[in-house]
Write a protein that binds this ligand. Structure first.
Ligand SMILES: C[S@@+](CC[C@H](N)C(=O)[O-])C[C@H]1O[C@@H](n2cnc3c(N)ncnc32)[C@H](O)[C@@H]1O
Length: 385
C-alpha cells in the first residue's frame, strides 16, 4: 500500500496545477490595451475548471475582445469537479468525456447592470453565436485541429502542462503568435527558452518574479500545502509569468552604482568574465563580460545589456580544461572531473566565500569555488553608464 502511495506521489507532476483567478487578474491588468480587438486562445483550459476561461469570459466586453476560444484536454482529472462555473443546458460530455472547444464571440450584459456576471455567461453558452463543439481528437495542443485554432488566434493565454513547456512555447513562436503563460523559473535555463530570451522574443511578466504562486490540485493529490474552501493547494515558489508582449520593467534602465574592482569582482578561471553575485551589484564602469545570477532576466532591458550565453557547458566555450579533484565539505573525494563538471569556477577566497571550496587542481593543489547558474551579459553601449 505504502509503495503504491509513493508511486502515485512520484507521478504527481505540475501538469495538473490549476491557476487561481486572483493570480490571473493580477497579471492580466497590464495588457488591457493589447487585448483590444484580439482573439484569445486558452488551449489547455477546460472552461469548467479553468480560471483563464472564466477571466476572459467575464471581462470579454471590458477588454473589447473579438473572440475567446478554449479547448480542453480529455485526460484532465479535475474536469467537472473543481471550479464548476456554469450549467448551460447544452449537451456537454460527462464522465466518458471527449475533448471539446468553446468559442465565444458575444457577451451581452443580460442583467443590464453594466457588469457581466456568471448568469450572463450561462446565457452566453446558450447563445447560438457562441458554440460548444466536440473535437475529433483528444484536445492535445499539438493536434491538427488545435493548431488550426492557434493559427486563427492572436494571443495564447494559459498555464500549460509544465512537462511540455518547451515544445508548447516553440509551437506558439513558430506560428507567430503572442502569449502570456505561467511557467517555472527553471525554464529560463532550457536551451530553447534561453535562446528566445537572447533573441528578445520572450520576457518575464509583470507579477513579481520571486513570490511564487499557489495552485489548486486534484483532490487525490497526496502532497499539498493548504486546503482552501475544501480544495487542496500547492505552492510553487518558482512559478512565474512569461510573455512575448511588452512589459514596462524590461524597458527600464538598471541603475548601477558600484565601481568595478578586481578584488570585489573576481574573474572566472575558465571563461573571460567577472563574477557578480547580485544583479544590483553590476558595476557601472565594467564593459567586458559579466556573469550574473539568473534572476537578472527579470530585470533585463535588451537596450542596456546583451545576453552573451548561459554559463554552462554547451552554451559557452570554456577556456581551460583543468583536471580537478571533487571536494565534499572541502575534503577530497578521490573522484576527478575536467573543468568543474562543466560549470564556471573561480579561485577560492576564504575571506569572502561562505561555502568551502568545491574543487582542487589535481596538479597545483589550488582550490576553487564552483559558480552555478550564471548568465553571461555585456553592456550594449560601453560608454553609457
Ligand atoms: C498546469 S494545468 C493548468 C490548467 C489551466 N490552464 C489552469 O491554469 O488552471 C495544465 C493543463 O493542461 C492539460 N494538458 C496536459 N497535457 C496536455 C496536452 N498535451 N494538450 C493540451 N492540454 C494538456 C492538463 O490536463 C491540465 O488541465
Amino acid at each position: 500500500m505504502a509503495t503504491k502511495l509513493m508511486d502515485k506521489a512520484k507521478k504527481e507532476k505540475a501538469d495538473e496545477f490549476y491557476t487561481q483567478l486572483s493570480d490571473i487578474e493580477n497579471e492580466m491588468r497590464y495588457y488591457k490595451e493589447q487585448f483590444k480587438g484580439k482573439i484569445i486562445f486558452c488551449n489547455c483550459d477546460d472552461p469548467y475548471e479553468s480560471n483563464f476561461f472564466k477571466y476572459f469570459a467575464l471581462n470579454f466586453n471590458h477588454l473589447g475582445l473579438k473572440k475567446l476560444i478554449a479547448t480542453c484536454y480529455d485526460s484532465s482529472p479535475v474536469a467537472f469537479t473543481q471550479l464548476s462555473l456554469f450549467n448551460c443546458g447544452k449537451s456537454i460530455p460527462n464522465k466518458n468525456r471527449r475533448a471539446y472547444k468553446i468559442e465565444i464571440t458575444e457577451v451581452s450584459d443580460f442583467n443590464a447592470d453594466g457588469a457581466v456576471d456568471l448568469s450572463d455567461v450561462r446565457y452566453l453558452l446558450q447563445n447560438k453565436d457562441n458554440t460548444l463543439t466536440l473535437l475529433n481528437g483528444d484536445g492535445d495542443f499539438r493536434s491538427h485541429e488545435c493548431v488550426e485554432l492557434l493559427k486563427q488566434s492572436d494571443i495564447v493565454v494559459t498555464n500549460p502542462p509544465f512537462s511540455l513547456f518547451r515544445e508548447y512555447v516553440v509551437q506558439i513562436i513558430e506560428n507567430g503568435k503572442d502569449f502570456i503563460l505561467i511557467g517555472n523559473t527553471n525554464a529560463l535555463t532550457y536551451k530553447e527558452i534561453f535562446k528566445l530570451f537572447k533573441e528578445n522574443k520572450i520576457r518575464t511578466g509583470n507579477t513579481n518574479f520571486n513570490v511564487g504562486m499557489y495552485f489548486f490540485v486534484p483532490d487525490d493529490y497526496l502532497k499539498f500545502h493548504k486546503i482552501v474552501d475544501g480544495k487542496k493547494m500547492v505552492r510553487v515558489s518558482t512559478s512565474c509569468w512569461f510573455t512575448s508582449l511588452p512589459v514596462k520593467k524590461h524597458n527600464e534602465y538598471l541603475t548601477c552604482y558600484k565601481r568595478y574592482s578586481p578584488e570585489e569582482y573576481p574573474q572566472y578561471e575558465n571563461y573571460d568574465a567577472i563574477n557578480i553575485d547580485k544583479y544590483t551589484e553590476i558595476p557601472y564602469d565594467y564593459d567586458g563580460c559579466m556573469g550574473v545570477p539568473i534572476t537578472f532576466l527579470d530585470k533585463y532591458n535588451p537596450e542596456q545589456f546583451e545576453i552573451v550565453a548561459l554559463g554552462i557547458v554547451g552554451s559557452i566555450d570554456f577556456s581551460s580544461e583543468k583536471r580537478m579533484e571533487i571536494l565534499k565539505d572541502g575534503k577530497g573525494t578521490g573522484t576527478f572531473t575536467i573543468n568543474a563538471k562543466g560549470t564556471l569556477y573561480k579561485k577560492y577566497n576564504p575571506q569572502v566565500d561562505k561555502k568551502p571550496p568545491a574543487f582542487k587542481d589535481a596538479e597545483t593543489g589550488e582550490l576553487y569555488s564552483s559558480i552555478y547558474a550564471r548568465i553571461i551579459i555585456r553592456r550594449r553601449n560601453p560608454n553609457e553608464n
